[in-house]
Design a protein around this ligand. Structure first.
Ligand code: HEC
Length: 157
């Protein structure tokens, strides 16, 4: 019985030394850090950044005024507690947001804000600046799309 415990203890020491050595090797590879640096660089061109979430690709055509009008109703009900169009409030002013962010990024920020502020470099920066996190209002994809259309009618002045 005692021998068994001893053998197990030796095995644990052996295994943990082994994995430490491995860890040492991995962190000494210069590659790992580069990935993060690259992530930040990619997101610098914010119109190319699609963010993280259910929306991977969108093609926009002419502005659909009826859809935008529906978006305005949803925006007033679900977003205006924190957002104004022309100025900073709890969150950023959103007039002109379609000129600084891709449509996919905006949709993902509306539908998946928790993961966005955790992993997307641009959203992380916003969280650091505004301190309050963007709320998930549990919109459907259709409602988010209507709000995006509304934003398209509100350019920055
Ligand atoms: C509880 C407050 C709150 C609510 C409600 C809220 N937001 Fe936000 N929103 C924020 C904050 C704060 C930020 C800045 C990012 C952060 O801190 O996470 C933000 C960021 C954003 C951004 C990115 C802006 C930029 O400059 O890139 C968009 C787009 C956005 N919100 C849209 C919406 C929409 C659409 C709704 C309604 C469905 C909504 N938000 C509801 C607080 C809120």
């Amino acid at each position: 019985m005692k021998l068994k415990v001893f053998i197990i203890a030796v095995a644990i020491v052996f295994v943990s030394c082994g994995s430490d050595a491995k860890k040492g090797n991995e962190t000494s590879k210069p590659n790992e850090e580069k990935v993060e640096v690259n992530d930040v660089v990619v997101s610098d061109d914010s119109m190319q950044d699609i963010g993280i979430g259910p929306i991977e690709s969108m093609t926009l055509s002419e502005i659909d005024e009826a859809m935008a009008a529906e978006g305005e109703v949803v925006f007033k009900a679900k977003c205006s507690a924190c957002h104004k169009l022309s100025k900073r409030f709890v969150g950023p002013g959103l007039a002109g947001v379609t000129e600084r962010r891709s449509p996919e990024w905006i949709m993902n920020m509306i539908l998946n804000p928790e993961e966005m502020v955790e992993k997307n470099p641009t959203a992380k920066k916003l969280l650091a600046e505004y301190l309050a996190p963007m709320a998930n209002q549990n919109l459907t994809e259709t409602e988010a799309r209507q709000i995006l259309e509304y934003f398209r009618t509100k350019k920055a002045k």
